[in-house]
Ligand binder design. Structure first.
Ligand code: HEC
Length: 146
């Protein structure tokens, strides 16, 4: 009796598992226009910012430039989308997209400055930019993230 229930559970798990894998595969093959480009950029940013903190803590600025490369690529996709007139979807305050894009622009200027400071091993400047950038993450999320 017990083993029958067990087998039934196993069977259900198999179906759910297949559905899950199917969904994951589907989301990966979705066309560019349907994926959330902001979220992709954020995922890259999240990884990069953790590396920036490690770099500061360990005093090793060389870790920073490669980490920011991925962010630049994700950002490039967002810019491309804007140029080609694709809709940028925001979870909150969609009507203030223009202001969002301005914040994002300034944010990337600061990231670029941080990158340059890292390349020239200016630890103090990297630290100052890291603070500024962290504040910008919070400001933008308060306004545009649910
Ligand atoms: C210019 C605005 C802006 C800035 C700056 C910004 N973010 Fe975001 N972030 C967003 C928005 C908008 C979302 C929500 C996207 C969505 O859910 O569609 C988001 C989502 C995220 C998420 C995903 C959270 C989730 O719901 O899964 C992470 C992680 C994240 N941001 C990290 C960061 C980090 C780290 C920084 C700073 C280094 C940062 N963001 C700076 C706008 C910003």
């Amino acid at each position: 009796m017990k083993s029958k229930i067990f087998i039934r559970h196993l069977f259900c798990a198999g179906i759910l598992g297949t559905a899950f894998i199917g969904t994951a595969a589907w989301s990966q093959t979705k066309p560019e226009s349907e994926t959330n480009l902001i979220l992709e950029e954020m995922a890259a940013l999240d990884r990069a910012f953790k590396t920036v903190i490690d770099a500061l803590v360990l005093g090793d600025m060389q870790r920073i430039p490669p980490a920011l490369k991925e962010v630049a690529e994700a950002r490039e996709k967002v810019e491309q989308a804007i140029k080609t007139g694709q809709k940028i979807l925001l979870p909150k305050n969609q009507s203030q997209l223009r202001e969002f894009l301005r914040l994002d622009e300034q944010f990337h200027v600061d990231l670029e400055e941080l990158n340059k400071s890292a390349q020239t091993d200016q630890k103090k400047a990297v630290r100052n930019y890291a603070h500024k950038i962290l504040d910008a993450c919070v400001v933008c999320h308060e306004k545009y993230r649910k």
